[in-house]
Design a protein around this ligand. Structure first.
Ligand code: HDE
Length: 728
């Protein structure tokens, strides 16, 4: 069933276009141009005879200015770059679709949310907020999660983040926040890192950032994969139904693969070993047909009931606890197509929180209000003029009809004498757009107030939800948060800033602040000192919930091992049968197994057969994997034990909490980790969380795969003992 706009003589959208037509047409044109071209041409379409030599006066003379071919090529090259986004510069995108589960007609008239038979094409761009375009993927940061829905009523953009709250409450503070976060202006360091003086100087003086800091210092700041990351619309938006009833709505994206983070040491190493880790992960999953999926969830609050929440719904440093207002899943998004050209699609895509369709409206959240201005403004500079909506990735799939004309790089050829409304000259009937019932209507809010440059008292609580977040974390999550604050603040040179920050944290939780302060060479945290400072407001609301399981990643562990990467360490003499069985079982469960050796080529098994090595220890270090297998084989185990790279591989995987499965003689390699395992060689034995010592016969009997799978599905074993003692 298709969802077409209502027929109406004055509605220029009468001509319904199949969803993908605009993009398909363009692709056909490009394919035709390529196929029709016999060789290289200039941009004027003139065939080139030589693409290797410029035109010179004589064979060794100066190059002639008249060489229009050289000039065209160099000029185009010199202008290939456009300004990167001032924030969220590093990103990667993919295409897919959104499918509704159930009609939301009760809440919104948005056409794409009416009918569960409709699939809406979408484009997603994930990004890191702080780094430049060439920065590493795995730095500690909030991630952008921007989705463009190409609906039949126009483009709708949900430009969200990987965390449900934001640093600041008012748009006017955004340039200050970003200037403090970005590399320091005198020497442009550090790149893509908040661990420096200016960021913490600002953060310690503006207590409203505290809740967001708790999120960025948690493992949410280090996603294992974009495919394993939640998304949030952050602000309260509004659904408006056909009767003009308004509802506040908060949007959530929940990944099907669970929510998982990297270990901090691991994330830093990946930043060097494979700075493209997250974008490669997304690209490869889609290429392999492992299409990532998220469910779209909404928290709906009837307009008028928002005051019952106990905090201000318009404050973007607050979330609505899921235990207070449950998230209803209303549809799913599937990413099933990689971009064909990064620049044309990922770089040129222009999102805007004000790209709305009828049935969805924004709210008076003062941060959101500022964004409504900023995004269009950004595109003008970034994309060079006002016609960026004509760039293929930004085009809507429904027809555009208006009297905007001209501007830099205008693509459409608007015909006829009429460029105004109302008119009768365009096609003989009067066109007048005046309160059309099926057009976009802003919700008629009652205002009648005087101008004010003040914050509402209801925005003055900066700590209660930071405490809620802290209270909701598991023991290991709390450890990671403490370690992250310690790392960041240890990098801060001015001790007064470190002190100010822990004094602030004392208002979140005194124990947290004391633990953070311990290695920082400062005094014990003093909540009174923070309370005495400008910017601090002595106000704390009483929350309706003191803990919320949904805030902990530990409650969001997925059950499957789909697309998890397993390294199998091999050397000559490896015992192949059990290894083969384990690899087959894991592959059948959706994991990706790679054989890692000291060099490319193959290793010779104990039975004299060849096993092809996929990667070496150096090129694919342990940080690229979720789990490892150490197969049996006397000779191979001895060889791996002598090889520093292999020992390091295992130690590092252990340190990062990864599942390790060792078979028979392979146990010996684990002796390096200090296990005494000789006593129980027959058992499938778990001496420490996530380390499985198995007998090869039991693998062949099918008794080990389940344990191995279950351990990998837990993602990491953060409760592993003695990790700090492991040098890696
Ligand atoms: Fe953005 N933000 N932002 N932002 N933002 C931009 O827009 C801005 C905010 C977010 O993949 C810029 O096109 C202001 C919150 C994402 O292309 C810019 C304020 C959230 C992306 C801009 C905010 C976001 C951006 C840079 C405070 C989460 C990347 C280039 C009022 C809900 C989109 C551009 C993409 C990008 C301004 C706050 C998310 C400068 C002024 C809150 C995901 O216009």
């Amino acid at each position: 069933m298709s969802l077409l706009p209502k027929r109406n003589a004055s509605n220029p959208r009468n001509t319904s276009v199949p969803a993908k037509l605009a993009h398909e047409k363009l692709a056909q044109l490009e394919a035709f141009t390529l196929a029709a071209s016999p060789g290289l041409t200039s941009n004027q379409g003139v065939q080139l005879a030589d693409n290797h030599n410029s035109l010179k006066a004589g064979d060794n003379g100066p190059t002639l200015l008249e060489d229009f071919i050289l000039r065209e090529k160099l000029t185009h090259f010199s202008h290939e770059r456009i300004p990167e986004r001032v924030v969220n510069a590093r990103g990667c995108g993919a295409h897919g679709f959104f499918k509704l589960y159930k009609s939301m007609v009760q809440y919104t008239s948005a056409a794409f949310l009416q009918d569960s038979d409709i699939e809406t094409p979408i484009f997603v761009r994930f990004s890191g907020a702080s780094g430049s375009q060439g920065s590493a993927d795995t730095v500690r940061d909030v991630r952008g999660f921007a989705v463009k829905f190409y609906t039949q009523e126009g483009n709708y953009d949900l430009v969200g983040n990987s965390m449900p709250v934001f640093y600041i409450q008012d748009a006017i503070k955004f340039p200050d926040l970003i200037h403090a976060l970005k590399p320091e202006p005198h020497h442009e360091m550090p790149q893509a890192s908040s661990a420096h003086d200016t960021f913490w100087d600002f953060a310690s003086l503006v207590p409203e950032v505290t809740h967001m800091l708790m999120w960025t210092m948690s493992d949410r700041g280090l996603p294992r994969s974009f495919r394993m990351m939640e998304g949030f619309g952050v602000h309260a938006f509004r659904f408006i139904n056909a009767r003009n009833d308004a509802f506040f709505v908060k949007f959530h994206w929940k990944p099907k693969l669970g929510v998982h983070g990297l270990d901090w040491d691991e994330a830093q190493k990946i930043a060097g070993k494979d700075p493209d880790f997250l974008r490669r992960d997304l690209w490869e999953a889609i290429e392999a047909g492992n299409f990532p999926e998220w469910e779209l969830g909404v928290q709906i609050v009837d307009a008028g009931r928002e005051n019952d929440l106990g905090f201000d719904i318009l404050d973007p440093t607050k979330l609505i606890p899921e235990s207070q207002v449950p998230v209803q899943m209303i549809g799913k998004m599937v990413l099933n197509r990689n971009v064909e050209n990064f620049f044309s699609e990922t770089e040129q895509v222009a999102f805007h929180p004000g790209n709305l369709v009828p049935g969805i409206d924004f709210s008076n959240d003062p941060l959101l209000q500022g964004r409504l201005f900023s995004y269009t403004d950004s595109q003008l500079t970034r994309l060079g003029g006002s016609n960026f909506h004509e760039i293929p990735i930004n085009r809507s799939v429904c027809p555009i009809h208006n009297y905007q004309r001209g501007g830099l790089h205008r693509q459409s050829i608007n015909k006829g004498q009429v460029a105004y409304e109302p008119n009768t000259l365009a096609n003989g009937i009067e066109l007048r757009v005046d309160g059309a019932a099926d057009g976009f209507q802003s919700h008629p809010d009652q205002l009648g107030v005087s101008k004010s440059r003040r914050r509402l008292p209801s925005f003055e609580d900066h700590f209660s939800q930071a405490t809620l977040f802290w209270n909701s974390q598991s023991v290991s999550e709390k450890d990671h948060i403490v370690a992250a604050f310690r790392f960041e603040l240890s990098r801060v040179e001015v001790s007064e800033i470190r002190q100010r920050m822990v004094d602030n944290l004392a208002h979140v939780d005194l124990k947290l602040a004391a633990r953070v302060a311990l290695p920082l060479g400062i005094n014990a945290p003093d909540p009174k000192a923070a309370a005495g400072r400008t910017g601090y407001r002595d106000y704390r609301i009483a929350l309706k919930v003191s803990e919320d399981a949904a805030l902990s990643m530990a409650t969001r562990v997925g059950a499957s091992i789909k697309t998890r990467k397993i390294a199998v360490l091999v050397a000559d003499g490896v015992d192949a049968p059990a290894l083969r069985r384990l690899v087959l079982d894991m592959t059948a469960a959706g994991a990706i197994c790679k054989l890692i050796g000291s060099q490319l080529g193959s290793v010779c098994t104990a039975a004299g057969k060849q096993l092809v090595v996929d990667h070496t220890f150096i090129t694919m270090p342990s940080v690229m994997f979720d789990a490892i297998v150490i197969p049996g084989g006397e000779e191979s185990t001895a060889a791996l034990s002598r090889l520093g790279e292999a020992v390091h591989f295992v130690l590092e995987a252990y340190k990062h909490g990864k599942t390790i499965c060792a078979l028979n003689e392979g146990h010996q390699l684990l002796v390096t980790l200090g296990f005494s395992i000789e006593k129980n060689p027959e058992l499938v034995n778990v001496p420490t969380p996530g380390v499985i010592l198995a007998d090869a016969r039991k693998v062949l009997d099918g008794q080990v795969s389940q344990d191995f799978q279950a351990a990998i599905a837990l993602h990491r074993h953060w409760d592993r003992l003695n990790v700090d003692a492991v040098p890696a």
